[in-house]
Design a protein around this ligand. Sequence first.
Ligand SMILES: Nc1nc2c(ncn2[C@@H]2O[C@H](COP(=O)(O)OP(=O)(O)OP(=O)(O)O)[C@@H](O)[C@H]2O)c(=O)[nH]1
Ligand SMILES: [Mg+2]
Length: 311
Amino acid sequence: MTFNWFKKLKTGLSKSAQKVEKAFSSVIGKKKLDENSLTEIEDQLISSDLGVNASMKIVDKLRSHKFELTSKNKEISKEIILDVVKDELNKILINCEQSFFKDNNDKPHVILLIGVNGSGKTTTAGKIASMLKEKNKKVVIAACDTFRAAAVEQLEQWASKTQSSFFRGSNNADAASVAFKAFEFSIKENADYLIVDTAGRLQNKTGLMDELSKICRVLAKLNIKAPHNKIVVLDGTVGQNAHSQVKNFNEQIQLTGMIITKLDGSAKGGVIVSLAEQFKLPIFAVGVGEKVDDLDIFKADDYSKALLNLE
Ligand SMILES: Nc1nc2c(ncn2[C@@H]2O[C@H](COP(=O)(O)OP(=O)(O)OP(=O)(O)O)[C@@H](O)[C@H]2O)c(=O)[nH]1
Ligand SMILES: [Mg+2]
């Protein structure tokens, strides 16, 4: 991850960081860390979307460091407290670091992007294609949102911007059959990656959720391992609602990971911590803007530092 990216991530997460920072502001400069303060910190962390479990873990850690935190300079310093918190955040987030570029012995490697309406799937498809193109990979992007002509055009623009091949079905075609044909086409083209963009769907709409299973089933007919990645794209501004999205999509098609978008300007960036804590799924990437280079792979330490406004 480049320095520029870290800067972008930090700027994007600044509102979230302000919220998290507030959790500790009341104890900084104090002589002791009492139970009341710890409870206050825990409440603030929960309201910063870190979730109950992660917030409890952080507070437990602070409690166990109480002596260290208060004996050095006789008053609690921001640096020391944030260092302890960063270590604890890293412990939770480190297991989510995983690249979706690995394990590409299988060609084409199929990446299926799913999620609720407007979560950032199409934009993310374009951004991933661009990342892959930078690695000199041959990429096909397929439009399985066959109901909205605008959706197909939006994806086509991303394909041309990233010099990827584009595959579309006929209007109102069955999404699964388009996915199948796109896979056949990608095999014929000897592509390294096939990125399948799907229509947005609410996680409680059974018919549309079943369509996702069907897409996975037909892709597996051509390669039992496909789709190699089933990634839910989550809007980072929705906060705790992301949990029910992950839960339902995961129950439907067993996700291989998550991508969280729109972290720029969101005050709910802490949600990544609660998602990591609860689902223990890889976080492949995070998005901090609408442009092609506003997505990068997820790095636990960078994320923790950005969330705590550290250098
Ligand atoms: N600020 C910001 N905007 C984003 C980000 N990712 C996507 N967007 C914007 O969010 C809006 C929706 O993005 P799309 O990629 O069309 O979302 P989608 O999930 O494909 O939407 P549907 O196909 O309608 O379900 C667009 O205006 C994007 O430019 C991000 O990381 N940050
Ligand atoms: Mg879309």
